[in-house]
Every structure is written in structure tokens, then in C-alpha cells.
Design a protein around this ligand. Structure first.
Ligand SMILES: Cc1c2[nH]c(c1CCC(=O)O)Cc1[nH]c(c(CCC(=O)O)c1C)Cc1[nH]c(c(CCC(=O)O)c1C)Cc1[nH]c(c(C)c1CCC(=O)O)C2
Length: 342
């Protein structure tokens, strides 16, 4: 049996204490992250400098002894590798060249050129497999096609993904061709991460909840399943975690139809509902409100224990319902861990 608790949970085991990690565990709430980030220059320089990307991945493992490490990179590296211009504007988020027509789509580069941009990420994975403690598995990741497409179409984050939804309605052919291109690039990218040493992969569909109900199956589940099937064909035992954030009642369908071993639940999901409708079919991951790591105190301790208790009847990985925010206190993370591990 594996000594890696995360892999045991993903294999369906109910553990006395769940393994713990946090989305965005390498991030701006940590002073050591901010120092390495300053040394690297820009956020993208940090992503593409393997020694420094490995260093920020390791920082939260050293500080908190989390049960998993997640590769330091970003879901928007795939659009960049496909030829989109990408910058991160301090305090505002990403900016990309937009795709609103078949001509824009045609200007993207070929799939077989993406490794020219992405190869430093594979080097980061190789360094991490050498340097991580043996009991800490490495999670590789990518964005799901719909979520990546929302940024490629709008050229930035938007509150409601209106530009992507308009292309979906107005030029379905271009929209679907873009999803197919991202899907193919993502399969290649994740296979390369696994070959380099990632032991689990997670697919972030952060904007799944913005998809209208009638097309959830077509644009969240079907591309997700395509990726899962392609990875499984090469690596039958690879554990895969899906994160269809905001999927609500569709969480159960998502798990059933994609066949993921793990599913990350966002903050809006009630553990009592998920324990009944999702957990019997997959290991659940989540779902503490990240704001509690800003608030701290008894509220944090109580909510943490409630999440652990709510999912104690099955396979569970303790995590947040979304990423930890820059204003969270590093000490509150210790308090959360104490409440999980006792
Ligand atoms: C939507 C999305 C992105 N990136 C990601 C998602 C999906 C998860 C989610 O919903 O949060 C995924 C991601 N981004 C990052 C990681 C690294 C690993 C980790 O979780 O620790 C992961 C897994 C680093 C990052 N990605 C980003 C930072 C902050 C950049 C900085 O240091 O200035 C980090 C640590 C920047 C980023 N990256 C993205 C945005 C919109 C932004 C700007 C907003 C922000 O600043 O938080 C796109």
C-alpha cells in the first residue's frame, strides 16, 4: 500500500485523517513566495524558470508539511504556447490577444510547436520529483478547455464569461474548433507532465458554473471525458481530479460521466448533499471557504472541523473551495491544519 495519503484517498480509501493541501498554496499570502517572485521578475518569468518555480512549489511543503505539492505554473501557459500574446498586469490579472473569429483562430500556431514554450514546465516537474519528500506526491495540472477558451476569447477574466458565451451562440463552428484545439494541446501537455514525473493530474474548469445548463454536458463534460480517456489510454492507473467549479447539481453527473477518481468541490457545495450524491462515486476534495483563512479565529476552527466531519464517511482530501487569497494569514493556515490533524 502506498505511503502517500493523497493517492490512498484517490484510490477510494476512507482515512482516519484526510490528506490536506490548498489550492494556490504557493502564492502571494506567503512572504517567501513574494521574495522569490521579486527575484524572478514577472509572474511569467517565475513560471518559466524551473529552479525558481520548483522553489515556490516546495515552500509551502516545508512550512506546512502538506500531503501534496502542486506544480507551479498557470492554466494560461497553454494559450501562450498556442501563440496567444499573454501578459499579467499587476493587480488586474491576465491580458491576452482575443479570439472572436475564424481568422483569429487560424492565426494560432500549430500543436506540435507548443513544447518550445512549455518545456521549462516539464523541467520544473523533473526537479520536483527529485526534491520532494518521498511521501509527498506531485500534482500536475491544466485548465479545462471551456475555462481556457473563456480567457482566449475575451482576452481577460470577465465576471460572467459573456464574450465566450456570445461566440458559442454566434459562431458555434469557431467556438467548437477552439475547444478542440485546446483539448488536443491539453492532452499533450498533461501527458508530458506525467512522463516528467507528475503522479496525479487536476483539470481546472474554474468557469464551469458559467455554462448554461443545456450545454454543460457538451462543453464541460465531453471535453473533460476526452482528456480523461486519452490520459487513461497511456496511464491506466493515473489518478485524475476534476474541478467543475460552480457546477451545482451537475457535480454528480460530471463525476459519473467523466470517470474521474477525484472531484474538487467549490465553496457553494453543501457537504451533506455531496456526501450523499458525489462521494459514493469519487473521492471528494474540499471545500473550506478560503475567506476563513483571512478571518481566522474560532470560526475557522469550527468550519474546518465541520468539513472534516461532513466527509468522514468516505474518501476525502481536505482543501479549500477555491484558491487561498493574498490577504490570508500564514498563521491561520497553521490553525486550519491543527483542526484537521489534531
Ligand atoms: C483561472 C486560473 C488561472 N490560473 C489557475 C486558474 C484555475 C484555478 C482558479 O480558478 O483559481 C491555476 C493556477 N494558477 C497558479 C497555480 C499554481 C499552483 C498553486 O495552486 O499553488 C495554479 C494551479 C499560480 C498563480 N497564478 C496567478 C498567481 C498570482 C500571480 C502573482 O504572483 O502576481 C499565482 C500564484 C495569476 C493568475 N492566473 C490566472 C488568473 C486569473 C490570475 C490573476 C488573478 C490573481 O492574481 O490571482 C488564471
Amino acid at each position: 500500500m502506498s505511503d502517500k495519503l493523497l493517492l490512498r484517498a484517490l484510490a477510494g480509501e476512507t482515512l482516519p485523517t484526510p490528506p490536506v493541501w490548498m489550492m494556490r498554496q504557493a502564492g502571494r499570502y506567503l512572504p517567501e513566495y513574494r521574495a522569490t517572485r521579486a527575484q524572478a521578475g514577472s509572474f511569467l518569468d517565475l513560471c518559466y524558470t524551473p529552479e525558481l518555480a520548483a522553489e515556490v512549489t516546495l515552500q509551502p511543503i516545508r512550512k506546512y508539511a502538506f500531503d501534496a505539492a502542486i506544480l507551479f505554473a498557470d492554466i494560461l501557459l497553454v494559450p501562450q504556447a498556442l501563440g496567444a500574446d499573454l501578459t499579467f498586469v499587476q493587480g488586474e490579472g491576465p491580458r491576452l490577444s482575443t479570439i472572436t473569429s475564424a481568422d483569429d483562430l487560424a492565426r494560432l500556431g500549430p500543436l506540435d510547436a507548443i513544447d518550445e514554450v512549455l518545456s521549462p514546465v516539464y523541467e520544473t516537474v523533473r526537479i520536483l520529483r527529485r526534491e520532494l519528500p518521498p511521501e509527498v506526491p506531485l500534482i500536475g495540472f491544466a485548465g479545462a478547455p471551456w475555462t481556457v477558451a473563456t480567457y482566449m476569447i475575451a482576452g481577460r477574466g470577465t465576471p460572467d464569461q459573456a464574450p465566450a458565451r456570445r461566440l458559442m451562440y454566434g459562431d458555434t463552428t469557431t467556438f467548437e474548433a477552439l475547444l478542440d484545439k485546446i483539448t488536443a494541446a491539453t492532452i499533450h501537455y498533461l501527458l508530458k507532465q506525467v512522463e516528467a514525473g507528475a503522479e496525479v493530474v487536476k483539470i481546472f474548469d474554474s468557469w464551469a458554473g458559467a455554462l448554461p445548463g443545456p450545454v454543460f454536458e457538451k462543453y464541460a463534460i465531453a471535453p473533460g471525458k476526452k482528456i480523461v480517456d486519452a490520459l487513461r489510454a497511456e496511464h491506466p492507473d493515473l489518478p485524475i481530479i476534476g474541478f467543475p467549479r460552480g457546477a451545482g447539481g451537475n457535480y454528480a453527473t460530471f463525476v459519473e460521466q467523466t470517470g474521474v477518481q477525484g472531484v474538487a468541490l467549490d465553496t457553494s457545495v453543501d457537504p451533506a448533499w455531496a456526501a450523499k450524491h458525489v462521494q459514493p462515486h469519487a473521492c471528494v476534495q474540499g471545500n473550506l471557504d478560503p475567506l476563513l483563512l483571512v478571518q481566522g479565529g474560532e470560526a475557522l476552527t469550527k468550519a474546518t472541523k465541520d468539513v472534516v466531519k461532513g466527509f468522514s464517511g468516505g474518501a476525502h482530501i481536505f482543501n479549500l473551495g477555491h484558491g487561498i487569497t493574498p490577504d490570508a494569514s500564514p498563521d491561520n493556515v497553521h490553525r486550519m491544519l491543527e483542526a484537521v490533524r489534531g
